[in-house]
Design a binder for this molecule. Structure first.
Ligand code: NFS
Ligand code: SF4
Length: 635
């Protein structure tokens, strides 16, 4: 099966790729082409730069040295590189969650005036799961305790790992404990992982892989913290209709693209922009200020406020190619350094906001919880200034507005199910799975990657699976791709779903009170929000009295690239799920590591990686895994 375009199947992206050529602006695809052929040592994971005796490289074809200068084998080098990458991915999640927990704490001390507890019920629910008593306590006191227990998890050296207990089901915890890979906190597993990769430290590749599994269990815990505390501060998402793709930019508005990850920034910019609409209109922008999202910040705002999503990772530069973006406001993660160069061809102001994530060439507005409103005002003013410099001749905004429904948090899904069975909301879902109307569930997550035609695998695989009555969940750039391609609409259910799935989604749509069936792809949010799906899966598993390794549930990251996506895929396998990836990971230089990840891991943990580059074949393989698990369950 061939994609309709060599670079992207997002038609608005195709238009802007064409415009980029006319405007003589380089894009990520040009840089990808210039980088070919890519280094075979790097691709196979066989390049070691751990110490300055190196770099050392092992020839994957067996010619030349078989070990590094220190004697490290291919297996050691590959396992060490992998663990290092995972440490970086986990660190990114850790800093994200730490920031939010810290803000919650500051709020409880009245030091963060821009923030408030938007969802008290969620706070109480989180407190309970963290085993914090809430009786007769003021809400701010509960917030303080939740923040303190969360922050303590980062550096805990004894006692309970509170978020791990809240996230992993008891059976999985037992399993990890029996393997000696139950982590005790968040920060030291990362430090431990890094220290083991120092020159002359661990040279047992299997033990390095176990360290990676332990790190992954910590990572899933910290991601849950990030998501759930964000819900407390900004509200738990509920379904709402919005639009997606580059058409969401408006010719007659001051367009501000919010890009990055942490809702701490974008929430306040949204609030402040709402109060500055008149200033924009005075400048001649008839439609005022138009906020759009890019990447996971976009997902966060789409989920909670129905803010339109302009782009996922690979189309981030293309937002500016429209010539209509006044400001690209970024915080951290997945921001291509190239955005500054792209912006320089237009009037776009790139604004960085985090003191520890500066973007070279951008204007920096230092953003802090204590002074968030002032910071946000400054940002919006910079956008208004930029609007005066906009060149109308360079503006060309695609016109293919795509509807999308977002907001399917765990709570939102449970609320719909409650309408069918208030006592036991998970039962109707289990019944449909057991009866076969829903064959299984596939969670799509991860990035976009120039090695894959942008959005193509997501669209192709999801359609293929939906046709076979597999319910699809999505987060991150996967959710973005599937929003932009129309897969988060009632129409997509009518067009693509198999009969069983169609009937279920129609019944759920009735229960939810939506105009038609629920979409066949339920958007669960940003990348960090993957744990929303874990909670749902655990509910199913615990009701059935089994662990996740028995459920007909799979994960797919068919266009992944980042280290965060790598560790997410790893925890999904570590908690017992088959994980498809559509890009060859940098491990093939070690047969031991490759075999562990794709085979042996399944025997020990129940989950494993499936590498398949062809999207139809990948859908077939996941469907096969689902059937295997249905058989094990006897359904
Ligand atoms: Ni997650 Fe991939 Fe980035 Fe979000 Fe997108 S690239 S790992 S999905 S934006 S974090
Ligand atoms: Fe080479 Fe060993 Fe140094 Fe790696 S750690 S660069 S293999 S000498």
């Amino acid at each position: 099966i061939q994609a309709s375009h060599p670079k992207s199947v997002d038609i608005t992206a195709q238009q802007m790729i064409f415009k980029a050529e006319l405007d003589k602006v380089e894009t990520v695809w040009d840089r990808h082409a210039a980088m070919q052929p890519q280094c075979g040592f790097g691709e196979t994971g066989l390049c070691c730069r751990v110490c300055w005796k190196g770099p050392c490289r092992i020839d994957p074809l067996g010619n030349g040295p078989k070990v590094g200068i220190c004697g490290a084998t291919a297996d050691v080098i590959v396992a060490r590189n992998l663990l290092r990458s995972f440490c970086v991915g986990a660190s990114a999640h850790t800093e994200h969650a730490r920031h939010i927990a810290h803000t919650l704490y500051e709020l409880s001390q009245n030091n963060a005036p821009a923030y408030s507890i938007k969802d008290e019920a969620k706070l109480i629910d989180v407190a309970k799961r963290l085993k914090i008593s809430t009786e007769d306590k003021e809400i701010l006191d509960i917030a303080k305790e939740v923040a303190e227990v969360s922050m303590a998890d980062f550096g805990k050296h004894h006692g309970e790992f509170a978020w791990l207990n809240a996230v992993l089901n008891p059976l999985r915890k037992e399993k990890l404990a029996s393997l000696g890979i139950l982590p005790h906190n968040l920060d030291s597993v990362v430090v431990n992982g890094l220290s083991r990769t120092h020159v002359g430290s661990e040279s047992d590749p299997m033990n390095l892989l176990l360290a990676a599994a332990r790190l992954a269990a910590a990572d899933v815990s910290v991601m849950a913290m990030g998501t759930e505390l964000s819900d407390v501060l900004f509200g738990t998402p509920m379904p709402s209709l919005t639009t997606a793709n580059l058409s969401v930019l408006k010719k007659d508005a001051v367009n501000i693209a919010l890009h990055g990850h942490n809702p701490l920034l974008c929430e306040i910019v949204c609030d402040v922009a709402a109060t500055m609409q008149e200033e924009a209109k005075k400048l001649g922008a008839k439609e005022g200020i138009n906020i759009v999202g890019v990447c996971c910040t976009g997902n966060e705002m789409m989920m909670r406020h129905g803010v339109p999503l302009a782009a996922n990772y690979l189309s981030q530069e293309l937002t500016m190619i429209t010539g209509a973006v006044e400001a690209m406001v970024v915080d951290t993660q997945c921001i291509m350094p190239a955005v500054v160069e792209t912006a320089s061809h237009y009037h776009t102001q790139v604004i960085s906001t985090m003191d520890d994530n500066k973007i070279f060439g951008a204007t920096h507005v230092s953003f802090h919880p204590e002074s968030a409103v002032e910071g946000a005002k400054q940002i919006v003013r910079l956008a208004l200034e930029a609007y005066k410099r906009r060149n109308p001749d360079k503006v060309d905004i695609p016109n293919h507005v795509q509807q999308a429904m977002g907001g399917f948090s765990y709570e939102a899904i449970t609320a719909v199910l409650k309408k069918l069975d208030n006592e036991n909301p998970i039962k109707p879902l289990i019944d449909q799975i057991a009866g076969g109307n829903i064959q299984g569930v596939v969670l799509f997550g991860g990035c976009s990657n120039t090695k894959v035609v942008h959005d193509f695998n997501y669209v192709t695989m999801s359609r293929e699976l939906i046709k076979r009555n597999v319910l699809v969940l999505a987060t991150g750039c996967a959710a973005g791709a599937l929003a932009k391609s129309g897969m988060q609409t009632s129409q997509a259910t009518l067009d693509y779903a198999g009969d069983g799935l169609k009937a279920v989604l129609a019944a759920l749509g009735d229960a939810a009170g939506t105009a038609g069936p629920l979409p066949p792809v339920l958007n669960m949010g940003s990348c960090v929000d993957n744990t929303r799906a874990v909670r749902l899966a655990n509910d199913i598993a615990m009701t059935l009295g089994v662990d996740l390794d028995m459920l007909p549930v799979c994960v797919s990251a068919p266009e992944l690239m980042s280290e965060k996506a790598q560790i997410i895929g790893t925890w999904a396998a570590v908690i017992g799920l088959p994980v498809h990836i559509g890009v060859v990971p940098h491990v093939t230089g070690s047969s031991l590591v490759t075999k562990f990840l794709t085979q042996d891991m399944e025997e020990v943990l129940g989950g494993k990686f499936i590498v398949e580059l062809d999207p139809i074949e990948a859908a077939n393989k996941l469907y096969g895994e689902i059937q295997k698990r249905r058989q094990k369950l006897g359904i």
